[in-house]
Design a protein around this ligand. Sequence first.
Ligand SMILES: C[S@@+](CC[C@H](N)C(=O)[O-])C[C@H]1O[C@@H](n2cnc3c(N)ncnc32)[C@H](O)[C@@H]1O
Length: 237
Amino acid sequence: MAGRLRRATTTVPCCAVPPRHAACRLICMLVSPEQAAFNQTQVQKRSDAVANAICSAIPDSERLAALDYGCGPGHIGLRLAGDFRRMFLADSDPDAVASAADASRGLDNVSSLVLDLSIPTALPPDLRVDVVFSCLSWHHVRDLDHLLDTLPIIAPGGRLMVVDMDADGGAYHADLPGFDGVHGFDRDELRERLTSHGYTDVTIADVWASQKWVAGTLTDLSLFMLQARIPPVPPPT
Ligand SMILES: C[S@@+](CC[C@H](N)C(=O)[O-])C[C@H]1O[C@@H](n2cnc3c(N)ncnc32)[C@H](O)[C@@H]1O
């Protein structure tokens, strides 16, 4: 697996080059060019590590379809596109999806779509996958319970892999005053939350630790990878 060709995407830790979001442009202005370069290198290293961890955990990926939920510009999904039979890159942000679509041009097994599974929405009828993975998107999701109840429709009995931040008291988002997500997760609470929604075989382990310049402060980032079996049927409505 380690020898497989992986496609890297942009080197900007947000949506595009140059950043399309006002918030991303602001973050880029709050760090020096050297600090921005350090942060961008960390994104690439983190994405490599996360993609390798996902691929290593799924030995039969060549025959499976996967969804990168909250894909951003496709840092993880595009690295793994050559490992899976089919790859869906989905994000609630149309700009992020446009970047992912640009970067995946020429890859026949990749589709990009705007999708928010945390709100009641019409699901694309052909969206059925065996594996759902997310990297650093769950801490942005407003209604995680709705997301957890929707995943069994798209990936009944499938594999779930979530990489996200350990609770950090807000240090990582100190440069985002309007941030309305959660400041990372308590691992035990997250495990219990999934279990209460019918998810089984839940494991959580360290996957990556690094630092990032946030508004002039070198800030620790600690990521876990949660793995679970998605319920085989959605909950009754
Ligand atoms: C920090 S970025 C992570 C991007 C990418 N997964 C990575 O590893 O670099 C978080 C992404 O989650 C997306 N996101 C936030 N809430 C979402 C939701 N409810 N549904 C889908 N995507 C969401 C954001 O638009 C953003 O692209």
